[in-house]
Design a protein around this ligand. Structure first.
Ligand code: 7RM
Length: 650
């Protein structure tokens, strides 16, 4: 792979650098680069220090037991995640600090102090117990972004039940598969949630997912929209508010072994059934606690907003567990960024004086398309740090974010990680790292990340290949639920005792990591391996382009031809002339070999509900195939209309 990503040089010609400002550095938590060297010398001691900042009922005997591919961290230790996220903050002035600031899409809101959160979590934990939920039981949570979602997660953690959160946008079939796999006896849902002004009928989906043969015996229902009162099933369904109404206000936290399961979260592989990624207690909390504290430079008075949905891992680690373990104020928003107006995010930043904003490149590119006027019309001077996650961020979007959202004063931390890694593994430390737009920069201290070629040799500066992690880390996945063979095969079989991420990456001359996307997304053009990401980056470098997705379509002569799907900015006309211009733009920017063969204009690109472009479906469209699994698609209409437009062209 190394020699084949040669044209990535064009991307690396991105030479703007952003060292930390004196002002930021002065106040930064971490500004001494020796932390990297220290952690490299003794990673176990490095992680142990963070674990020691948590509250343990019983201290661990051994930091790490590593029997590849199975790791155990802080073995012999006992703790409770809910205790660490709530109770321990009640002993100080944090007691009355806002833990969760929540805003619903219709404009309703709620603030929970740590004391409030304690009470709500204890009541619901007692409610779960009264329904017979015990330590080790799996509980499926299918909720919109309402406060009951983190409360339910923390209540499970409090009593030692394992939560399996399913994104509120998933359909009945996807829920059914996940319930079947996890064998949950209890499901927590809501009558509905608000999205773009309408009600998402969650209860209806939930009901459909548990018809016939199902392990689910009981359903707890949050009353959010008032739209499912007639659908309550006698003897099976119970309202959340009735369940908690006379529960005791205290519930002792269950002492959990460090390696007891905290949760599972399904992630859809490229093929086959979704994998239940298993995370455990002590290591996961240590990893999310440490990375939140250092990468976001977290301070006591920060108002931290991660815009992800809790239904995917970013929400688990960086709305709920990481921020709350740190005693931070975490903001949660229920709905869509364009409701009622396209400035909803900026009005939330202004209203709550958010200091840290963590969002995804797909959102940033959408905001770019909507124009600078919207953020400009709000006072966002409270912001002091920005984050990005989920996909490679192209330099144009990075710089736009830095300038138009961060006002040129906020470092942008591009954070690379996965559901499987549990917490961020590659990202800057904002008080130390000189930023380069488009690069996630360097591995977090204590993380041994490398790029290997096909034969398993480390590529060194200037090389490209597969991103791997060579040493275990505390928040790593422990298994695929019920499928250790698949765990072994998927992540540990390509290289010995080395975690295979499935992402391609390139190392620049300063040993910075440049993530290139999934290795399955690499295109083979006339024996050259072209990363979809570099062609996309070249396309969005053209000021008329909003977003681009490239795929390889089979081609008799070249092996694969490059097909680009492009959305344009507001008020730009699509035309044959623009197609010619864009093809030329890519050829000039990264070389003629990367010139797209076809460019299709699209109103929207098909994306997962967490905002990742689904190139696999675009390949199906371009090659005129029936669409593969579409259950994770955010908006099925998008790909249907592409199919009509371009499906049978060639
Ligand atoms: C956190 C999350 C994981 C995949 C991962 C990458 C891609 C995520 C970045 C990124 C480039 C980033 N978990 N990815 N973050 N690529 N730069 N900063 O997204 O399990 O849903 O996805 O996402 O391909 O393997 S995830």
């Amino acid at each position: 792979m190394a020699e084949n990503i040669g044209s990535i040089e064009a991307l690396l010609q991105e030479d703007r650098t952003f060292p930390p400002s004196e002002e930021f550095k002065k106040q930064a938590n971490i500004k001494d680069p020796s932390v990297y060297e220290e952690a490299r010398k003794d990673p176990e001691a490095f992680w142990e220090r963070f674990a020691g900042e948590l509250d343990w009922f019983k201290k661990w005997d051994t930091v790490l037991e590593w029997n590849p591919p199975f790791a155990k961290w802080f073995v012999g230790g006992q703790l409770n995640v809910s205790y660490n996220c709530i109770d321990r903050h009640l002993k100080s002035a944090r007691k009355n600090k806002a833990a969760i600031i929540w805003e619903g899409e219709p404009g309703d809101w709620a603030v929970y102090t740590y004391r409030d959160l304690y009470r709500e979590v204890c009541k619901f934990a007692n409610g779960l117990k009264s329904l017979g939920v015990k330590k080790g039981d799996r509980v499926t949570i299918y909720l919109p972004m309402v406060p009951e979602l983190p409360i339910a997660m923390l209540a499970c953690a409090r009593i030692g039940a394992v939560h399996s959160v399913i994104f509120g946008g998933f359909s009945a079939d996807s829920i059914r598969d996940r319930i079947e796999d996890s064998q949950s006896k209890l499901m927590i849902t809501a009558d509905g949630g608000y999205r773009r002004g309408s009600v998402v009928p969650l209860k209806q989906n939930a009901d459909e997912s548990i018809t016939g043969d199902t392990p689910v015996e009981q359903v707890v229902v949050v009353r959010r929209t008032g739209t499912a009162d007639a659908q309550m099933v006698d003897g099976r369904d119970i309202w959340w508010h009735e369940l908690v109404s006379d529960q005791p206000l205290n519930c002792d936290p269950e002492p959990m072994d460090s390696e007891d399961m905290l949760y599972m979260l399904y992630t859809s592989g490229t093929t086959g059934k979704p994998k239940g990624i298993v995370h455990t207690t002590g290591g996961y909390l240590t990893g999310t606690y440490a990375t939140t504290k250092w990468i976001f430079d977290l301070k006591e008075d920060d108002v931290y907003w991660c815009t992800a949905d809790i239904g995917w891992v970013t929400g688990h680690s960086y709305i709920v567990y990481g921020p709350l373990a740190n005693g931070a104020t975490t903001v949660m928003y229920e709905g869509s960024p364009d409701y009622p107006g396209r400035d909803r995010f900026w009005s939330i930043v202004e209203k709550y004086a958010c200091t840290i904003l963590y969002t995804a490149p797909t959102a940033i590119r959408t905001f770019m398309r909507w124009g600078e006027d919207l953020p400009e019309s709000h006072d966002m001077s409270s912001l002091r740090l920005l984050g990005s996650v989920g996909e490679p961020i192209n330099p144009e979007a990075w710089v736009w974010y830095w300038k138009n959202i961060g006002g040129g004063r906020c470092p942008v931390v591009d954070t690379w990680w996965q559901t499987e890694t549990g917490s961020i593994l590659i990202a800057p430390l904002p008080g130390i790292t000189t930023l380069k737009p488009g690069s996630a920069t360097q591995a977090f201290p204590g993380i041994d990340a490398e790029i290997l070629d096909e034969a398993g040799n480390s590529v060194g500066p200037g090389g490209g290949g597969y991103l791997v992690i060579k040493k275990p880390w505390p928040s790593m996945l422990r298994n695929i639920y019920g499928d250790p063979e698949r765990f072994q095969e998927q992540y540990w079989s390509k290289y010995e005792n080395t975690y295979f991420t499935g992402d391609g990456a390139k190392l620049d001359e300063d040993s910075y990591f440049w993530l290139l996307g999934r290795v399955d997304d690499v295109i083979n053009v006339a024996a050259h391996r072209v990363s979809t990401m570099e062609v996309e980056s070249a396309l969005v470098d053209n000021p008329k382009v909003a977003e681009a997705a490239c795929i390889g379509r089979s081609d008799e002569i070249k092996g694969q031809a490059i097909v680009a799907f492009v959305t344009v900015k507001e008020n730009i006309n699509t035309s044959d002339a623009l197609i010619t211009e864009l093809k030329q733009h890519v050829a000039t920017k990264i070389g003629p070999i990367c010139r797209p063969d076809d460019i299709h204009f699209a109103a929207e690109l098909p994306k997962t509900r967490s905002g990742k472009i689904m190139r696999r479906l675009l390949r199906d469209v371009a090659e005129g195939r029936a669409l593969g699994d579409t259950t994770t698609l955010a908006d099925p209409a998008v790909v249907e209309s592409l199919k009509e437009q371009y499906g049978d062209e060639d």
